[in-house]
Write a new protein. Structure first.
Length: 149
């Protein structure tokens, strides 16, 4: 495999997307989609992760909680199958939260790249997911748990 950018070592770039799609490789990047259905493993992971969520953030739709843990379960599978060393999440939510759930299970460092909407707030124009206290508490937890921002 050719080095990516100016890295002197060989790296394999693997992406897990939140879309329901298969696994494929394009331009040397390995893409993995998530499974379509909620399964018992995702529900078990959710029950184990309940203590990881700030209390107020649990007051969201149960389907959102299940989807985050299903996404995390798929990311864990890709990490185990491909011997991944680092979790890099773009956006603090939902990817950063999924990264945090995976970090605890896979014991891998988490890097979060934030882009604006996930951390910035302007209440005069209702901009930013942190306007909701439920998401604000989640994002604080993710950012405080990341090895690098």
């Amino acid at each position: 495999m050719k080095p990516i950018g100016r890295l002197e070592e060989e790296w394999m770039l693997t992406l897990v997307r939140s879309k329901i799609e298969g696994t494929y490789c394009l331009y040397g990047i390995h893409f993995h989609g998530i499974e379509k259905r909620i399964n018992i493993q995702a529900i078990n992971l959710l029950l184990r992760n309940v203590s990881s969520y700030p209390f107020i953030s649990l007051l969201r739709k149960p389907t959102s909680l299940c989807w985050e843990d299903l996404y995390a379960l798929n990311v864990c599978r890709v990490i185990e199958d491909n011997d991944i060393d680092l979790i890099h999440a773009h956006f603090a939510h939902p990817e950063g939260l999924v990264g945090l759930l995976v970090k605890r299970r896979a014991r891998k460092p988490l890097v979060v790249t934030v882009h604006g909407h996930d951390i910035l707030v302007d209440s005069s124009i209702r901009y930013g997911v942190r306007l909701s206290k439920r998401f604000d508490s989640l994002i604080h937890k993710v950012l405080n748990s990341a090895a690098l921002l």
